[in-house]
Design a protein around this ligand. Structure first.
Ligand code: PLP
Length: 381
């Protein structure tokens, strides 16, 4: 089997797994305890916090550890909306965000906030000008993903953040960096971002660990009531082994970023070229998108059928995003890009990782040709 679903999750790095196992066994103290066991755990936590902060170019006290990016996104969006509601109740996002962002905004809408859902163009992109045009005196938050998890399109977060900071400094800017970290440069503070979400399991770290960068001075209403961990923004005993694992995964991903992006771009371009030569398939990604994601539609076929056919041929890919792939609905992202229902329900995503080689890609290409040849007689017309 060849696994091409790194945007859903990645195999944890063996170094990361070893470190986490060691800590789980030997340093199980509660970092809030004041005895030696607690102090040791607290030291590990501090070191991990500094490591995560360094990888993002921010201060350690600006890092809030969470259970993953779903929680980070919920905390950023609802935490800001609740905390700054007296300033205004208008929020801006796009129609193509990850479910954890999309559903958070839907919930706030039900609770009485007003949300501007920016439309995207046929490539899935929003422009800086669209964001600026949507601003109102009562706008408190703009939330945007850096890289789209289905198509790999890159949003101009640095430009948007810097324009916001000069034109509307009171508007907070949240970036969901989950699919970008380790593939593109991640410098939220220099972009003018106030909040930045990241997930460990997309970068060879463990599932169930994530973080939210919260710029000094920004306040959030916590979503969990309890202890005063994480600067009072996220109650609950910190999961030290997973957090240390995430810090290590972030360091490795940052160190490998340039080399990975270079290698993945070559493989991605080759795969895109192949897909473009297969009649019946339609490319949804662009060559100026993220280096690790290739998304295409097979409008003649339901995506699940294509996925299982590829699996029988030894190739693992995904339909939509992992969180939505069990849903029978066509992709919300592709519909927002103006694709018809057949394209939106026949979408497949190939995503690359560190160890993929030219040989793996050759197997993938062969399987794609074979899949279409096998399914051709069953295509809907
Ligand atoms: N944001 C994006 C862009 C994602 O791709 C994902 C995961 O698929 C998430 C957020 C949620 O991350 P987690 O699995 O850590 O909750």
């Amino acid at each position: 089997m060849k696994y091409f679903d790194y945007a859903a999750t990645t195999p944890p790095d063996s170094d990361v797994v070893r470190t986490m196992a060691e800590i789980m066994e030997a340093h199980y103290g509660n970092p809030s305890s004041i005895h030696g066991y607690g102090e040791r755990a607290d030291q590990l936590l501090r070191r991990a916090r500094s490591g995560c902060a360094a990888a993002l170019g921010v201060k350690p006290e600006e890092i809030v550890f969470t259970s993953g990016a779903t929680e980070s996104n919920n905390l950023a969006i609802k935490g800001v909306a609740l905390r700054y509601q007296t300033r205004g109740k208008h929020l801006i996002t796009t129609a193509t965000e990850h479910a954890s962002v999309y559903e958070s905004f839907l919930q706030l809408q039900q609770w009485g906030w007003e949300v501007t859902w920016l439309p995207v163009d046929s490539d899935g992109r929003v422009s800086t000008q669209q964001v600026m045009d949507a601003l109102r005196p009562d706008t408190v938050l703009v939330s945007l993903m850096h890289v789209n998890n289905e198509t790999g399109i890159i949003h101009p977060v640095a430009e948007i953040g810097n324009r916001l900071k000069s034109a509307a400094p009171r508007v907070l800017f949240h970036v969901d960096g989950v699919q970008a970290f380790g593939k593109l440069e991640a410098k939220p503070a220099s972009w003018g971002a106030d909040l930045y979400s990241l997930s460990a399991h997309k970068i060879r770290g463990p599932k169930g660990a994530g973080l939210l960068y919260v710029r000094s001075g920004v306040e959030l209403t916590p979503l969990l009531s309890g202890g005063s961990q994480e600067q009072g923004m996220r109650a609950g005993t910190e999961n030290v082994p997973l957090i240390v694992g995430m810090a290590k995964a972030m360091r490795l991903a940052a160190e490998r970023q340039l080399a990975f992006a270079g290698r993945a771009t070559v493989l991605r371009d080759r795969i895109m070229q192949t897909i473009e030569t297969i009649p019946g398939l339609r490319m949804n990604s662009r060559k100026d998108g993220a280096p690790h994601i290739i998304h295409f539609s097979y409008p003649g076929m339901k995506a699940e059928v294509a996925l299982h056919t590829l699996e029988q041929l030894g190739i693992i890919v995904s339909t939509q995003s992992a969180c939505s792939s069990r849903s029978a609905e066509p992709s919300r992202v592709l519909l927002a890009m103006g694709r018809d229902a057949a394209s939106a329900s026949g979408g497949l995503r190939i995503s690359l990782g560190n160890e993929h080689t030219e040989e793996d890609v050759a197997l993938l290409e062969q399987a794609l040709h074979q899949m279409v040849a096998q399914l051709r007689p069953l295509e809907r017309r």
